[in-house]
Design a binder for this molecule. Structure first.
Ligand SMILES: [Zn+2]
Length: 202
């Protein structure tokens, strides 16, 4: 049985170490791993030891090891299977690089069976306007992320849902837009540094 949680301001800005520690203690987790995120497609397997993980996805089969992905408009996505859990930070760049699929593939390579994914609070397809050029480029390669050519907004939640379902993953989208919902940090609404987190543990 895994445990999933998406925190908002209640946890405090999770870029701050003391808020991370408070969160770990409140969840009674022996270890809570965060990542040094860089919109990469690096997925690391962790076991509760080490730190300074330069990656954008973590997976583990160690009980009591919490995994966290920070975001403020990007998607925090959690993955759960019987013996494995994972977490990924997926923004536009990570989506194009396929980090969500890479996380699933690595979990499966390590023996995970059926995988469920949950897409946490993130900017929605109605709000995520990008330049017309960027819209054309991405929607050509990823038609599921297309919305309307006149608004040139990308629906990354739908895009990643399509990609994961194509791999047989059961996807649950919380359908919470960070830009529209003041309970969550939104980079586009003005959160310069503050981040919320998606968390999962076995
Ligand atoms: Zn929205």
């Amino acid at each position: 049985m895994s445990r999933t949680l998406f925190t908002s301001q209640q946890g405090g800005d999770l870029k701050l170490l003391h808020h991370r520690e408070k969160l770990r203690v409140s969840l009674s987790l022996p270890v809570l791993h965060f990542m040094k995120q860089s919109h990469s497609d690096t997925v690391l397997v962790v076991d509760g030891t080490g730190g300074d993980f330069e990656c954008d996805a973590l997976i583990t089969n160690s009980k009591g090891v919490g995994l966290a992905a920070l975001a403020a408009d990007c998607m925090p996505i959690t993955f759960s299977a019987a013996q494995w859990v994972g977490v990924a930070h997926v923004g536009r760049v990570g989506f194009v690089k396929g980090i969500a699929q890479k996380t699933v593939k690595m979990m499966r390579d390590l023996g995970a069976g059926e995988i469920k994914a949950t897409i946490g609070p993130s900017i929605c397809g109605a709000c995520y306007e990008v330049s017309p050029q960027m819209y054309q480029e991405i929607s050509q390669n990823f038609p599921a992320a297309r919305t309307s050519d006149s608004r040139h907004a990308l629906d990354l939640q739908r895009g990643v849902t399509f990609d994961l379902e194509a791999m047989g993953v059961v996807v649950h989208n919380l359908n919470v837009c960070t830009l529209e919902n003041p309970h969550f940090f939104s980079f586009r609404r003005g959160a310069e540094a503050e981040r919320q987190a998606g968390l999962i543990s076995l």
